[in-house]
Design a protein around this ligand. Structure first.
Ligand code: TRP
Ligand code: SF4
Length: 325
């Protein structure tokens, strides 16, 4: 049987280069060899955006458009909105009953987010249980593999532990272990050398136009030791150079030379880089613009995806109810 891959993203705003390189490229290639199920985790988004919930729907459609523009193909993969498949909540309930509080309280991601996100009150019952819903997402489809970023590994580990506890309590191997698929591409930092993230305002978005990309790239922090154009640079210490290694692989050795020998200034180096990024983004932009005109079609497509997802989900739930009662 074809192996199943499940992954999801929260619709909390515009997607950026980090999503493209860290996830979407990988997802698109997985579609060729696996039964892929990609979920727009709008209930997970609600856990942090409950006071600003009206934006979630629109973000979900935007995100679907970005996904498809980046090569996710609804004819190959199941693409759907989590809240269209109510079984997620039912399984979450069963799993909540057997998840020890200590597992959730010890979760490093949880502790970090409580510390870092101060703009919203996340001291809620639902937010503590975030990983239980995530486990339900994965187990509902009995996924064999889950492409995720490293930051999500603790959540996947919790998912495995919850699955094992379920099997052991109900004395049946309903759920099997699932493994992580980590992306190979190096992680790109944001414009200011911090992790690329919407909340830092340091992203290059898939929806940015060519001019915006150029302006942003020109604003990137460079080698701090290269103050004047005549100073030799240290490409290995410059974020711009790490972008060359991703977007202009062939030209990277040349960039290394012009930087370390002070043959070219940083502005030229960056303008040249932005041309490369724009070349990569332009087909995505075109597809995006096309899809944008037809948001209704996207909604229909998501409904179709939800039907396919539910067919799998209902089977799992029948089995779960059977072993529990
Ligand atoms: N928590 C994930 C994130 O923030 C999103 C997510 C929700 C997810 N459910 C999932 C990822 C299931 C993988 C599998 O990125
Ligand atoms: Fe960075 Fe390019 Fe400037 Fe070198 S020339 S410091 S790689 S921006």
């Amino acid at each position: 049987m074809t192996k199943k891959v499940f992954s999801a993203m929260r619709p909390t705003g515009k997607l950026h280069l980090g999503h493209l390189l860290g996830a979407l490229k990988n997802w698109a290639s997985l579609q060729e060899n696996y039964q892929c199920i990609f979920s727009i985790a709008d209930w997970h988004a609600l856990m942090s955006e409950y006071e600003n919930s009206k934006v979630i729907r629109g973000f979900g459609i935007d995100m679907t458009i970005d996904w498809i523009a980046c090569g996710i193909d609804p004819d190959k993969a199941i693409v759907y909105l989590q809240s269209d498949v109510v079984e997620h909540l039912e399984l979450q309930m069963f799993l909540s009953c057997l998840t020890p509080l200590g597992w959730l309280e010890r979760n490093p991601t949880y502790k970090e987010q409580l510390r870092e996100i101060t703009s919203r009150d996340l001291q809620t019952y639902a937010f503590l249980g975030y990983p239980v819903l995530q486990a339900a997402d994965i187990l509902l489809y009995k996924a064999d593999a889950v492409p995720i970023g490293e930051d999500q590994l603790p959540h996947l580990e919790l998912c495995r532990e919850i699955a094992r506890r379920f099997n052991s309590i109900y004395k049946k191997e309903v759920f099997s272990d699932c493994r992580a698929i980590l992306t190979q591409t190096p992680r790109l930092l944001g414009l200011d050398n911090r992790k690329m993230s919407k909340s830092y305002g340091n992203t290059i978005n898939l929806s940015d136009n060519a001019k915006e990309v150029e302006t942003k790239v020109v604003s990137m922090i460079t080698d701090p030791k290269r103050i004047r154009k005549t100073d030799c640079g240290h490409p290995e210490e410059c974020n711009v150079y790490s972008y060359y290694q991703v977007f202009a692989v062939k030209e990277a050795p040349e960039a290394y030379q012009w930087c370390s020998k002070a043959l070219k200034g940083c502005v030229d180096c960056k303008k040249n880089l932005s041309a490369h990024i724009n070349k990569d983004l332009s087909p995505i932009r075109e597809k995006r613009a096309q899809l944008e005109k037809n948001r209704g079609t996207i909604e229909d497509m998501l409904k179709e995806g939800a039907q396919k997802a539910r067919a799998i989900a209902q089977k799992t739930m029948a089995e779960v109810r059977e072993v529990v009662y």
